[in-house]
Design a protein around this ligand. Structure first.
Ligand code: DI6
Ligand code: FE
Length: 403
C-alpha cells in the first residue's frame, strides 16, 4: 500500500523529541504525513498553509506516540522450553534439567531440526503479537543454530519476516551465544572454526546488520568475544553485547571499547562500565523478562545510568529459555515495577532509545523528517502504557505513513 499524504488531527502528540514538556507532549496537535515521513508536527491551531488542504484523519483525541520498537529478541527459534519450566517448578535443579537435555542445547536441537517454513511460521505468530501492540520495528538475533548452515537459515528467516508482515526487521549475528555439544569443552575452537566463518558467510550474503555475543561465565570470556568483535570491525559491522547479566566480566566496558550500539541486560554493571558506555555513546538495554523469569535479585544500576546520562532502552529479550515474554507493553510494566523505571523512561526505552540501540536515527521520535511510524492509543496519559498489566489500548498503527 502507498502512503497517501494526510493530516492527522484531533490528537495529543507524545513526540519524545522536545526537551520542554514531559514526553515532549504537544496537546491538541496535528501531524502531517507525506512520502512515508513526518512533514510537520505542532499545535493543530498552527497547521501551516502547505498542509491545510491535506486529507484529514481525525484521531478522536487519542494520544499518539512513535510506533514501538523491540530492540532485543531471539524471536526465530524452534521448539520451546515449557517442559523444563515445569521440571524446575517440580523441584529439578538446573543440573538435572541440563542432564535431561534442557537449556540452550535443547533449543539448538529443535532449531536445527526445524524446516525453514516451520521456523518462519512459528516466528510470525510471535511477530503478530508484537504488531498488535503497535510495534513496527523488531531486532532478531541468530544464535540457536551454532553451525553455519543453521545460523544462516535463522538470519534468512528473520529477513523473510519483513516480506510477510508490515514490520522492519534488523538482524543480529549471535553465533557467540553458546558452545554447541559437538564442541563441548572446546570454546576457542568453536569460535575460530564455526562462529567466525559463519559470521563471514552471513555477512557476504547481506544477512547481518549487527554482531552480538553472550559474555558470561556460562558462555564466552571477554577475549573470545573480542576475537568475534575484531572480525565485526573488519567487516564494518556495529556490535552489541549481552553483558553483566549474571556476573561482571567487564563485558560492557569491552563492548564500549568497540563503540558498541548497546550493552544488554547489565544487571551486574558497575560505575566503571557505565562511564565507558557514556563515553562511547553505548545504549543500556534493560531486559526485565529474563530477570523476572529467572527470579533474579540483582537489579541493573539505573541510578548510575541516569547519573552518567547513558540512554536506557527496554526490550522483551523474547527467547524460549529465560524470557518467553511476547509483550512489549508488559515489558514496559515490568521495567517500571521491577526496576523502577519511570513511565516516561519506559516509553522512551521502546521508542527513541530502542532506535539508538539499533543505530536507526530516523525512527523513535515524532519530528519532521522522521519515518512516519506512529501508534494511536485509547489512553488519556502516556503513563497508562506502563501502568496496565495485560491490557492493550492500541487503536491505530501507522507504518511508513500507511494506516
Ligand atoms: N542470555 C539469556 O538469558 C539467554 N541468552 C542469553 O544470551 C538464554 C537463552 C536460552 O536459555 O535459550
Ligand atoms: Fe538475549
Amino acid at each position: 500500500m502507498t502512503a497517501m499524504p494526510r493530516l492527522l488531527t484531533d490528537l495529543h502528540a507524545a513526540t519524545l523529541a522536545r526537551g520542554d514538556a514531559p514526553y515532549g507532549m504537544i496537546r491538541d496537535a496535528a501531524i502531517a504525513l507525506r512520502d512515508g515521513r513526518i512533514a510537520w508536527v505542532g499545535p493543530q491551531a498552527e497547521v501551516p498553509e502547505d498542509f491545510a488542504d491535506l486529507q484529514r484523519h481525525p484521531l478522536g483525541g487519542r494520544v499518539v506516540t512513535p510506533a514501538l520498537i523491540d530492540c532485543h529478541t531471539h524471536i526465530v527459534h524452534g521448539g520451546d522450553r515449557a517442559v523444563e519450566f515445569e521440571m524446575r517448578l517440580n523441584g529439578a535443579s538446573y543440573e538435572e534439567v541440563a542432564r535431561a537435555g534442557g537449556g540452550i542445547v535443547s533449543t539448538v536441537k529443535a532449531t536445527r531440526a526445524a524446516s525453514d517454513s516451520a521456523l518462519l511460521e512459528q516466528a510470525l505468530r510471535r511477530v503478530d503479537a508484537l504488531i498488535a501492540e503497535g510495534v513496527t520495528t523488531i531486532e532478531v538475533k541468530s544464535g540457536y543454530g551454532l553451525d553455519t548452515e543453521t545460523e544462516l537459515r535463522m538470519l534468512r528467516t528473520a529477513r523473510a519476516i519483513a516480506d510477510q508482515r508490515p514490520v522492519r526487521v534488523t538482524t543480529t549475528f549471535l553465533g557467540a551465544h553458546a558452545t554447541p555439544s559437538e564442541y563441548a569443552g572446546r570454546d576457542d575452537a568453536y569460535i575460530d572454526e564455526v562462529c567466525i566463518p559463519a559470521l563471514r558467510a552471513a555477512h557476504s550474503e547481506g544477512l547481518v546488520d549487527a554482531v552480538d555475543g553472550f559474555c558470561e561465565g556460562i558462555a564466552f570470556q571477554p577475549d573470545q568475544i573480542a576475537r568475534v568483535f575484531d572480525v565485526a570491525r573488519e567487516l564494518g559491522l556495529p556490535v552489541k553485547l549481552h553483558a553483566e547479566q549474571l556476573s561482571n566480566l567487564g563485558g560492557a566496558k569491552l563492548a564500549a571499547s568497540y563503540g558498541a550500539l548497546s550493552a544488554d541486560h547489565i544487571e551486574y554493571l558497575d560505575e566503571d562500565g557505565v562511564r565507558a558506555m557514556a563515553e562511547a555513546g553505548t545504549v543500556g538495554v534493560i531486559l526485565p523478562g529474563a530477570f523476572y523469569t529467572l527470579r533474579e535479585t540483582q537489579q541493573p544500576p539505573l541510578d548510575l545510568l541516569r547519573k552518567h546520562g547513558v540512554p536506557m532502552a527496554l526490550a522483551t529479550d523474547l527467547n524460549p529459555g529465560t524470557s518467553p515474554l511476547n509483550s512489549i507493553l508488559l515489558t514496559m510494566n515490568l521495567g517500571c515495577t521491577l526496576f523502577r523505571m519511570t513511565p516516561e523512561e519506559a516509553l522512551c526505552g521502546v521508542t527513541q532509545h530502542a532506535a539508538r540501540a539499533l543505530g536507526l536515527a530516523d525512527l523513535g521520535t515524532i519530528a519532521v523528517g522522521q519515518v512516519a511510524d506512529l501508534a494511536a492509543w485509547d489512553i488519556a496519559e502516556p503513563a497508562e502504557l506502563s501502568y496496565r498489566i495485560g491490557f492493550n489500548p492500541l487503536a491505530v498503527r501507522i507504518k511508513g505513513g500507511v494506516l
